[in-house]
Design a protein around this ligand. Structure first.
Ligand code: B12
Length: 135
């Protein structure tokens, strides 16, 4: 039987919500349980991830500010001791910032026009790999 992943989907802005719902539907249609975090600060993302026992954290960043938000997110991840939950991000991520946020710990970065089936398959692979690592 296919393993069902529990995916937290949070976002950083009010305006670009259509893509958020498109992504949530694609993940749900592929069999994931999607926890809708909505608009959240990095601290709220981490609190929700803990409360909801998710397998993977997804943060939709539309404000082109990953260099600000991602270090704060990982500070909270470390202080709560949940480094075993992988983080993926998508949206408007300047190419020049990608290496920096991956070095901090982001597992994957998805840019506009990535086919949704590619996003879903990769996210699922990362979540299942992390779950098997936890034993
Ligand atoms: C539609 C749109 C809008 C609509 C949003 C409608 C809605 N209800 O959602 C409206 C008109 C409201 C809008 C407003 C604005 N927008 Co606009 N918008 C877009 C546009 C054309 C498409 C976004 C979209 O919905 N794409 C479809 C979704 C499905 O794809 P996606 O978001 O790219 O996501 C894909 C991947 O990135 C990935 N992904 C995304 N997030 C995540 C998260 C996770 C966890 C994962 C795994 C994957 C993932 O999955 C998707 C599959 O491919 C983009 C340009 C573009 N072509 O990307 C600009 C764009 C995002 N907007 C932009 C801007 C600047 C604005 C405004 C600030 C403009 C203004 N000056 O007013 C305003 C914001 C409001 C404000 N006043 O602050 C800029 C952002 C630039 C930046 N941040 O550096 C863009 C890039 C346009 C540009 N080239 O300048 N916008």
């Amino acid at each position: 039987m296919e393993q069902r992943i529990r995916f937290l989907l949070s976002r950083d802005d009010w305006y670009h919500q259509r893509g958020y719902w498109v992504l949530a539907s694609a993940l749900k249609n592929a069999g994931a349980e999607v926890v809708l975090g909505g608009i959240q600060t990095p601290r709220e993302v981490v609190q929700t991830a803990i409360q909801e026992h998710v397998d993977i954290i997804g943060y939709r960043l539309m404000n082109a500010a990953p260099k600000i938000l991602i270090p704060i997110l990982f500070d909270h991840i470390k202080s709560e001791g949940i480094e075993d939950i992988p983080v993926v991000v998508g949206g408007i991520i300047p190419k020049k910032d990608e290496a920096f946020i991956k070095e901090i710990g982001v597992k994957e970065v998805f840019h506009p026009y990535t086919p949704l089936d590619v996003v879903v398959a990769r996210v699922r692979g990362i979540a299942i790999e992390a779950r098997s690592g936890r034993g």
